[in-house]
Design a protein around this ligand. Structure first.
Ligand code: ADP
Ligand code: MG
Length: 335
């Protein structure tokens, strides 16, 4: 940060889907706002401790709903492309978080400014993900409708676990955060910044002159959060989800939680296939990238324990390997 690192530690927080929508809910504004309110209470506790926060969040259910609204109204209003739907969800969820954070702070007599940065994230047009769309988005269709959408709109459609057909889109690697300079300036002013929501709007460079255009893809929000944390030189990356810790042998009788773990050891478990793709896999990868790039600490834990996860008292803590022979050379502890 060119010698301008603020005195307060800067944390990047990645909020999981449950921060905004709980399983079984339909996604009304009121339901989502009630969840965001509870999330805001957790975040304000961190602000009270003096941390500077950059907040990222998922948008899977919301972007699916916006897509569905576009499909249903296509005869009346021109449907928006996926990247535009992603931008809409950044605005909507950012608005809810801004208001809920402001209200939670006001109830505690704190003054707080939160601002959402609609964030563009640069991807490579030749990212191999474009040849292997993998991320299901939006509504389910029957086989006939799926064939029609594939023929008429060029959508890539895939059967999803016996539940029907869905559009699948590429999930390319986040390379650069376009709005980084403004995020830095806001942070330096003490603003709580909500950025790269839903992984950011994926964009590609049009040439060498800095022009950008949106692309239809969905970037993984955990990987985007890691990129943001690295580029900001953040003091910590914390991925807050609906489980208390990363587990080995997940879903088996041998399941056990990981406490403190070095990146080397976590990479080994990753290679052994302990972390499911599309859920825990990207979280572990994001935490590893941040710490391997020099980040001081990454944590993966429960949203309702946010402060404890940040303070290293809960969740899985990924910390760099201490120098050989150092007194800190403790093995990974199993909770
Ligand atoms: P979010 O919406 O927070 O991004 P995800 O649903 O994508 O959360 O990922 C969290 C889920 O990952 C957990 O609820 C759990 O079901 C699943 N999961 C898969 N593998 C593991 C593992 N090894 N340890 C813990 N949870 C795991
Ligand atoms: Mg989820």
């Amino acid at each position: 940060m060119e010698g301008s690192r603020p005195a307060c530690p800067t944390l990047v927080l990645a909020l999981g889907g449950n921060a905004i929508l709980q399983p079984g809910q339909r996604g009304s504004f009121e339901e989502q706002y009630a969840n965001v309110r509870a999330t805001a209470e957790q975040l304000v506790e961190l602000l009270e401790r003096g941390y500077r926060l950059v907040v990222t969040h998922g948008n899977g259910p919301q972007v699916g709903n916006v897509l569905l609204q576009n499909e249903e109204a296509a005869a009346t209003v021109p449907p928006m492309p996926l990247h535009a739907c992603g931008a809409m969800t950044q605005g909507l969820l950012g608005y809810m978080l801004q208001q809920a954070l402001g209200n939670a702070a006001a109830r505690r007599g704190l003054s707080l400014t939160a601002a959402t940065v609609v964030t563009q994230v640069v991807v490579r047009p030749d990212d191999p993900a474009f040849n292997h769309p993998s991320k299901p988005v939006g509504p389910f269709y029957d086989a006939a409708e799926a064939r029609r959408l594939a023929a008429e709109r060029g959508f890539c459609m895939r059967e999803d676990a016996g539940r029907g057909w869905r559009r699948v889109v590429p999930s390319p690697e986040p390379l650069a955060i376009r709005e980084l300079p403004v995020i830095r300036r806001l942070l330096a002013e003490g603003v709580v910044v909500i950025a790269a929501g839903g992984g950011g709007v994926p964009v590609r460079a049009l040439g060498d002159e800095g022009e950008l255009a949106g692309v239809d893809a969905v970037i993984d929000k955990d990987l985007a959060a890691a990129r943001l944390a690295m580029e900001l030189g953040a003091d910590g990356l914390f991925i807050l989800t609906d489980v208390e810790a990363v587990a080995l042998d997940w879903g088996t009788p041998r399941q056990r939680s990981l406490g403190r773990v070095s990146p080397g050891e976590l990479r080994r478990y990753q290679t052994e296939g302990h972390f499911a793709g599309g859920s825990m896999g990207p979280k572990v990868e994001a935490a590893l990238r941040f710490v391997e790039a020099g980040g001081a600490r990454a944590g993966i834990g429960a949203l309702h324990q946010a402060l404890a996860v940040v303070e290293g008292r809960s969740g899985t803590q990924i910390v760099p390997e201490p120098a050989a022979g150092s007194l800190e050379a403790v093995p990974a502890r199993i909770l």
